[in-house]
Design a protein around this ligand. Sequence first.
Ligand code: OGA
Ligand code: NI
Length: 360
Amino acid sequence: MAAGWNKLDGAKALVDSGIDGVPDFYVKPLDQRLSPQDLELHAGEQEDEVPVIDVSPLLDSKPTSSDRSKEDVIAELLDASERWGFFQVINHGIGSDLTRRMLAVAHEFFQLPLAEKMVFYSTDIDAAVRYGTSFNPLKDVFLDWQDNLLHRFLPERRDQPHPWPTKPSAYELIAGEFVDQAKFLARHLLRALSEGLGLGPDYLEGEFGEHNVALRLNYYPPCPSPELAIGLSSHSDVGGLTILLQDSDIVGLQVKVQEKWKTVRSVPGALVINIGDQLQIYSNGKLKSVEHRAIVNADKARVSVGLFYDPASDVRVSPIPKFVDTEHPAAYNPCVFREYLKNLYSKNLVGKELLESQRK
Ligand code: OGA
Ligand code: NI
């Protein structure tokens, strides 16, 4: 390890400094490490896997090539959200040119010199742009093998220009367009879930209020001993709905299904969607916010880009009355979303502990 490197410099700077092994504070405890199956990294042979759903009937007003109706698609989305908490979508309306450019510009951002990225370093969880490493490097006992860039678009800042990085020069244009299109998709998916839950299409959006949106770029550099480190520790997403664009051809995302880790297959052009903690709370446990993590590999850097579509900060989230009766009492205490987020950063990110702490 080169002299002068410190933990806040992150995983890429560590690799760039020339290392031949994984330093102790990146070595995860045994129970968090990869199993031999994980290391094979081939998701193709799995018997059952995260469903892949063609969502074009949700988005098009004109008849589509699909012979499924909008209602069929809604039923599939609901089934996947109840059983897996995860699904992939194809024909989702975000063009392959844009997704390709988004991934490319994300790679380019992380190639910038460390000092240019560190300009965005901040410990303020409400910062509009925040660069960092791991999840909470000042608290994490074992660091995650990744660096990240987080954008937060809060409704109260809607009238101010977002302070986009000016390098790479195309970043603002591409990431801005990706955010707009992913938000449009997230709204349609939320409407579909709302309808599928029998609430009417506008209900969940109404609950989310002015909604918060965040964009997170994750960068996982190659790791000399991928069996010792984890790219992103097991967690569930705290908010509403997540849309994840992952590098094509490099798998890394794993979902916990019946206590086993399943690798999410790379499907060309697909986006991964998952249910966050707030939708599990609203639906009183019907929709599942499922644990997931990212693993790393020895050969190639991987990026992923997540769009988080969440309730507004001041919204008080609690189980919707429709899902509460004597047989199904409210399983969660109400919580203002801002407080939930604060707890995420003050406690450590371990599996579903945060959501469980909300349980009555
Ligand atoms: C996340 C996440 C997974 C990945 O950013 O919340 O789960 O594959 N990312 O990067
Ligand atoms: Ni996640």
